[in-house]
Design a protein around this ligand. Structure first.
Ligand code: THG
Length: 366
C-alpha cells in the first residue's frame, strides 16, 4: 500500500482526527491540504451518500477573504458574473478568469456584508492572483486566508441531522443561501450548498478548535440516521455534472467552453479583468465544450486525459470517468470539439487499457 508521506506542506485539518477515527482509506491533496477520497469503498460510499447522510471534511475548500471598502470592487474584477444584484446572505457560483478569459478557479462566493466576502476556492492558488490585483490597483482591501474550514453535511437526511444540532430554523435556508447559527457559543455560517446533487449543507467552521466538537455532535445526533464520514464522490459528481477544476478545466479553457456561460453576464460585469477577452470569444462562440459522455465496457481509473477519436481524427478528451452502479454504464465528463458535440455522436475513447466505444449525451444523469 503506497501512502502519502505526512508533512507540513500537506496540511491536516480540524477534522483529521475524526476522519482517521472513521477509517479513511484514501486521501487526495487539494489546495495543499488533505482531502479524504474514500472511506468504505467508492461504490459503498456512493450508495450511502444517495440514501443517508455523510459528514465531509472539505476544509480544503479554503476561503479567500476580502475585507474593506474596495472588497466589492475587487470581487467584480475577478469574475464575469454580474454581482450587482447579490445580497448579503447569498452564495454565487462564480467563474474566475484571468486577462485572457482563461479559467483560474470556479469557487462559491459568499457575500457576508457589503465590505466582506469569502471566496470558497477550488484547487488553485487564487490567493496570489487576488493579492496581486489588490496591490497592483492600490485597492483599499485586506486579502487573506482566514482559519475557516467548511464541513459538508450531504445526503437526503442532511437536513434532519443539521436541524438536530443547529435548530429547526436551518430548514428554512434556501439553496445557495446562508445564515448564522450558534454552536457552543460561536456563531457559524450554515449554507445550503455542497459538492453533491443529494442536497445538504456546508458549515463554515470559524476557528479550528471547535472542529472536532462539531464533528462529534453531528455524529452523535445522526447516529440513528446512519450518518457516516464521507467525501466528494467521483461517481456521483460525474452523474450530476459537477466540474472539477484542474481535471475538467484549466487556465486553457474559457467559462463558455466549460458550459459556465450561464454564470457569465460579461456585458454588464463592468471591471472584470477578463471582460474584453471574453466579449471577443463569446461573440464567436466556443469551438469545443464540456459534454456528458457515456462509455461502454469496463474502465480503469481516469488519471490522465483520454483522447477521443473519430477514426484517426482527434475530436476531444475525457477528463473524468467512472462506472455508474445506478445507470449501468460508464459516466464521463469530456471536452468535445464542435464537429462532434451533438447528442448521440459516437467516437472512440483511448483509455490506458485500450479503446472503448462512447457517445455524447444531451445532459448529465441527474
Ligand atoms: N462548496 C464550497 N466551496 C467549494 C465547492 C463547494 N470550493 C471548491 C469547489 N466546490 C468549487 N466548485 C464547485 C462546483 C459546483 C458547485 C459548487 C462549487 C455547485 N454547482 C451547482 C450545480 O452545478 O448544479 C449549483 C450552481 C448554481 O446553480 O449556482 O454547487 O461545493 N463552499
Amino acid at each position: 500500500m503506497i501512502q502519502i508521506a505526512p508533512s507540513r506542506r500537506i496540511r491536516r485539518t480540524p477534522f483529521s482526527a475524526g476522519v482517521e477515527a472513521a477509517g479513511v482509506k484514501a486521501y487526495s491533496v487539494y489546495n495543499r491540504m488533505l482531502l479524504p477520497a474514500m472511506f468504505r469503498s467508492t461504490i459503498e460510499d456512493y450508495h450511502h451518500l444517495k440514501t443517508a447522510v455523510q459528514l465531509w471534511d472539505v476544509s480544503c475548500e479554503r476561503q479567500v477573504e476580502l475585507r474593506g471598502p474596495d472588497a466589492g470592487k475587487l470581487m467584480q474584477m475577478l469574475t464575469p458574473r454580474d454581482l450587482r444584484g447579490m445580497m448579503p446572505g447569498q452564495c454565487f457560483y462564480v467563474p474566475i478568469v484571468d486577462e485572457t478569459g482563461g479559467m483560474l478557479n470556479d469557487p462559491v462566493a459568499l457575500k457576508l456584508a457589503e465590505d466582506r466576502w469569502w471566496i470558497s476556492i477550488a484547487d488553485s492558488d487564487l490567493l496570489f492572483w487576488v493579492k496581486g490585483l489588490a496591490y497592483g490597483f492600490r485597492l483599499d482591501v485586506l486579502v487573506d486566508e482566514p482559519d475557516v474550514s467548511p464541513l459538508g453535511v450531504q445526503g437526503p437526511l442532511a437536513e434532519e441531522a443539521v436541524a438536530r444540532v443547529f435548530g429547526d430554523a436551518v430548514r428554512n435556508i434556501k439553496f445557495f443561501r446562508f445564515g448564522w447559527f450558534d454552536f457552543q457559543g460561536k456563531s457559524l455560517i450554515v449554507a445550503r450548498s455542497g459538492y453533491s446533487k443529494q442536497g445538504g449543507f456546508e458549515i463554515y467552521v470559524d476557528g479550528g478548535a471547535i472542529g472536532m466538537p462539531l464533528w462529534d455532535a453531528l455524529m452523535e445526533a445522526g447516529r440513528d440516521l446512519d450518518i457516516h464520514a464521507g467525501c466528494p464522490n467521483l461517481i456521483e459528481r460525474i452523474e450530476g455534472g459537477l466540474l472539477s477544476y484542474g481535471n475538467d478545466m484549466t487556465r486553457d479553457n474559457t467559462p463558455h467552453e466549460c458550459g459556465l456561460g450561464r454564470f457569465c453576464s460579461t456585458q454588464t460585469a463592468i471591471g472584470c479583468v477578463g471582460r474584453d477577452a471574453l466579449l471577443r470569444v463569446a461573440k464567436e462562440g466556443p469551438t469545443q465544450q464540456i459534454r456528458a459522455i457515456s462509455i461502454d465496457g469496463d474502465l480503469p481509473p481516469c488519471d490522465r486525459p483520454w483522447p477521443l477519436y473519430d477514426g484517426k481524427k482527434f475530436v476531444g478528451q475525457v477528463t473524468s470517468a467512472a462506472q455508474s452502479p445506478d445507470y449501468g454504464t460508464g459516466v464521463a465528463i469530456g471536452m468535445v470539439r464542435m464537429t462532434h458535440w451533438d447528442a448521440d455522436t459516437q467516437f472512440t475513447v483511448q483509455t490506458q487499457d485500450g479503446p472503448r466505444n462512447a457517445q455524447v449525451r444531451d445532459k448529465f444523469w441527474n
